[in-house]
Design a protein around this ligand. Structure first.
Ligand SMILES: [Zn+2]
Length: 246
């Protein structure tokens, strides 16, 4: 296991993992800290919890950016505590037997006060999953975007960005809502933190993929032709063309 903390602003950190190129988050207030995502199982969650304790003794609150295992399944290591997530994320975690019942809901927008530090939890619309939540830290100009953004070396998304629960048609509009936060640092769910340009390059990539998929579905292009026209790698393009139902 290879991991490191990066301080993005005063008391705002991401913990980066070599495994899956995962990025988790930590925001410190005067009274509480907020942990953004929990890694992939109870053991990994315990590693992250211990690493958080290496930075702060403050009681924690957890927010889950979405229900995918690599972000959400480490949550038992943090309990008991407040856990925030979108209702669709809770529904999936209960269905997968990863939560006994739904916790605190982020339906649209929730403002938390960590003690002298407000943070905003927001659902930007269906996108990578039905229940994505992003975390904005206004006084540090940092946005944790979960898997709405990905930042592979030299590019944006990977084939894993697109699943059967992804809404490709709606995703670009969700990124416009992300851009409206105006954060100077954005943290993708996988990959290195970046500037606001990453939001725009991700949005352009999604628009291209959405356009190609429309042409394939209309019979104007074959999948092979769409792959040849795509600005993204072949495996990423094929995943976007074939996995998301909408
Ligand atoms: Zn995901």
């Amino acid at each position: 296991m290879n991991a490191r903390w990066i301080e993005l602003g005063d008391g705002v950190f991401t913990r980066r993992y070599e495994e899956l190129d995962l990025s988790t988050g930590l925001v410190l207030g005067e009274q509480r800290c907020l942990v953004v995502d929990t890694r992939g199982d109870a053991e990994q969650g315990a590693e992250l919890a211990a690493a958080v304790r290496g930075i702060t003794p403050l009681p924690w609150t957890v927010v889950l950016t979405h229900d995918h295992f690599d972000h959400a399944y480490g949550v038992p290591a943090f309990l008991p505590c407040d856990v925030w997530a979108h209702p669709a994320c809770w529904a999936e975690l209960v269905r997968a037997d990863r939560a006994a019942r739904a916790g605190l809901p982020v339906t649209d927008r929730v403002e938390l006060d960590l003690g002298g530090r407000p943070v905003v939890l927001a659902h930007p619309g269906v996108a990578h999953s039905p229940g994505d939540v992003v975390v904005h830290v206004p006084d540090a100009d940092v946005l944790f975007a979960g898997d709405l953004l990905e930042h592979v070396p030299g590019g944006t998304y990977s084939a894993e960005s697109f699943g059967s629960d992804t809404a490709l048609d709606a995703w670009p509009a969700a990124l416009e809502r992300l851009a409206a936060f105006g954060a100077t640092t954005v943290v993708p769910g996988h990959g290195e933190p970046a500037g606001p340009d990453l939001v725009e390059s991700c949005r352009e990539g999604l628009l291209a993929l959405r356009g190609l998929r429309r042409k394939v579905r209309a019979g104007e292009l074959t999948e092979e032709q769409a792959v040849a026209h795509s600005p993204l790698p072949a495996d990423v393009t094929l995943a976007a063309l074939t996995k998301p139902p909408a």
